[in-house]
Ligand binder design. Structure first.
Ligand code: NDP
Length: 284
């Protein structure tokens, strides 16, 4: 492989250590940052994600609460739970694990979270803040990708970034963050024609699709930075991204692996946002 690896596990550790250090200082001033994670139902993948988030909080010295609620919980009861957490002074961040059961309107639940505690950055107020450049919480996954680009000292200004995927939680906020750093941004999606031609023009490619081998070596300009957000399984059930890692690694300048890339950074940014929320509480 000729590309340099961006080690998300190591970089996430750096951020988690930083959060742990800052948390110690905050605790000495009488404030422990607190995260509430709300899980509705028994989706196995969600249970793993939630467990990892709570564990990361504990390791960094944050206070964490896991509210594991039954799958048949009513929407009204979930909204009550969110309202209760909004009022709880020991909680600075609220995360409602998605997806929610079909009978619950996820949008309504996310909008019920106090934007000051929206550490996932999914509330419309957070999205608006990102769009207008105002302070708010950035969604953790694209936030983690930006930290990776910052870590390698990549100068984004004037560069062409291609984001593949336009979801509200990854693709769109990713594009806005790159734009804010003066990159020229192209957003591609399932209706994009000539994806290969678009990618070949890119200095930076962020793949957030959810399909293996969406980005192959012949789609990448030599030396480009390739960030792989995707989380998929191959035929053997092994975790893999959207990028043909072996092939693209021969062409790209930098590449993120899956696992060990964007995933760990997402959790680290959740801790960063929760700490930031607690710090904001101290300054009001
Ligand atoms: P979504 O399914 O919400 O969005 C996928 C996007 O990919 C859509 O915009 C879709 O286009 C686009 N797309 C689908 N097929 C193609 C194609 N053939 N060519 C180009 N674009 C295509 O997914 P998410 O944004 O939530 O997540 C994307 C991936 O990232 C998933 O694998 C997910 O598991 C992973 N993920 C990883 C995280 C991490 O921490 N590492 C965190 C969050 C997500 P259209 O809008 O037209 O349908």
């Amino acid at each position: 492989m000729t590309a340099r690896l961006i080690d998300g596990t190591a970089l996430a550790k750096h951020w988690r250590d930083q959060v742990a250090q800052d948390t110690l200082a905050l605790r000495a001033r009488g404030l422990t940052p607190g995260l509430a994670v709300v899980l509705v139902g028994d989706n196995p993948a969600s249970q793993v994600y939630v467990r990892n988030k709570v564990k990361a909080c504990d390791q960094a010295g944050l206070h964490s609460v896991l509210a594991h609620l039954p799958a048949d919980l009513s929407e009204a009861a979930l909204l009550d739970k969110v309202a209760q957490l909004n009022q709880d002074p020991t909680i600075h961040g609220i995360l409602v694990q998605l997806p929610l059961p079909a009978h619950i309107n996820a949008h309504k639940v996310i909008e019920a979270i106090d934007p000051a505690k929206d550490v996932d950055g999914f509330h419309v107020a957070s999205a608006g803040a990102l769009m207008t450049g105002l302070p708010g919480f950035w969604p953790c996954t694209p936030h983690g990708c930006m930290k990776m680009l910052e870590h390698i000292g990549y100068p984004l200004s004037g560069k062409h970034a291609v984001v593949i995927g336009r979801s509200n939680i990854v693709g769109k906020p990713m594009a806005l963050m790159l734009l804010a750093q003066n990159a020229t941004v192209t957003i591609c999606h399932s209706r994009t024609t000539h994806l290969k031609a678009m990618c070949l023009q890119a200095d930076v490619i962020v793949a957030a699709v959810g399909q293996r081998n969406t980005v192959s070596a012949d789609m990448v300009k030599p030396g480009a930075v390739v960030i792989d957000v995707g989380m998929n399984r191959d035929e053997a059930g092994k975790l893999c991204g959207d990028v043909d890692f072996a092939g693209v690694g021969q062409v790209a300048g930098y590449i993120t692996p899956v696992p060990g890339g964007v995933g760990p950074m997402t959790i680290a940014m959740l801790l960063v946002n929760t700490l930031e929320s607690a710090k904001r509480r101290l300054s009001v």
